[in-house]
Design a protein around this ligand. Structure first.
Ligand code: ATP
Ligand code: MG
Length: 219
């Protein structure tokens, strides 16, 4: 197995008196495609938020690429989120006023990395959208928008991609295409992919299924 990219060590998240996540200990490795399943409210998005340093555990520790999220200052957190983590969402969240290639290159520009445009074009090729870089999001299909979002998530070569219901808004054929692209990302680029999903079929396609129930991992 590849190196550990995300580690949760007795991590819990409380909102007021209520635990959204409790006592979660887990390691996720380079190249692993992991499905996070469980019914609505079980804590999937909460766990992804902790694994992306978008939120912090109330108890325990989360580390990403070796850095303990709750010990970083603002600059360290911004850098970690920009360079080690990519996000893919159910509703794509592309910037509507930017073209596809501009959406893809944005995280590289924000991180101050060189050759953003060339990398963005290469990634659009890789997600099989070469030639569509000049289109605006509203000129693309849902599946095409999601592939742009995956290219955007990859541009800074993050160790981890967090995908929250990435196929929830796609038909089954397009969803299958996006899933196979995520799997290729894990296998060819060594990225850890954590994907929350309600689809049993797509979970089966992953290397590992993690089932949450009332904020705990079921064994
Ligand atoms: N910011 C918040 N403030 C208070 N409670 C929250 C907050 N975010 C989530 N929760 C609660 O934490 C629990 C877990 O929510 P979470 O969004 O992680 O579930 P989920 O598994 O992603 O559900 P879904 O499948 O519907 O997306 C829920 O009971 C939810 O109401
Ligand atoms: Mg959710």
């Amino acid at each position: 197995m590849g190196e550990v990219t995300v580690r949760l060590d007795r991590a819990a998240k409380k909102y007021g008196d209520v635990y959204a996540l409790r006592d979660v200990t887990a390691d996720y490795h380079a190249g692993e495609f992991v499905a996070l399943v469980g019914r609505s409210g079980c804590g999937k998005s909460t766990m992804l938020n902790l694994c992306g340093a978008m939120d912090f555990p109330s108890e325990g520790l989360v580390s990403i690429a070796g850095a303990i999220t709750s010990s970083l200052d603002d600059a360290g957190l911004t850098r970690l989120r920009r360079t080690q983590v990519g996000f893919v969402f159910q509703f794509f969240q592309l910037l509507p006023t930017l073209t596809a290639v501009e959406n893809v290159e944005m995280p590289a520009l924000l991180a101050g990395f060189p050759d953003a445009r060339a990398k963005a074009l290469q990634l659009l090729d890789w997600v099989e959208l070469s030639g569509l870089g000049a289109r605006f999001p509203h000129q693309l299909s849902g599946g095409q928008m999601q592939r742009v979002a995956i290219a955007r998530a990859l541009i800074n070569s993050p160790k981890v991609i967090l995908a929250d219901e990435p196929i929830g808004n796609l038909d089954s054929t397009t969803g299958a295409l996006v899933l196979s692209l995520l799997k290729r990302t894990a296998k060819e680029r060594g990225t850890t992919i954590l994907m929350a999903t309600h689809s049993a079929e797509s979970a089966e396609y992953c290397d590992r299924v993690v089932r949450l129930r009332d904020g705990r991992i079921e064994v």
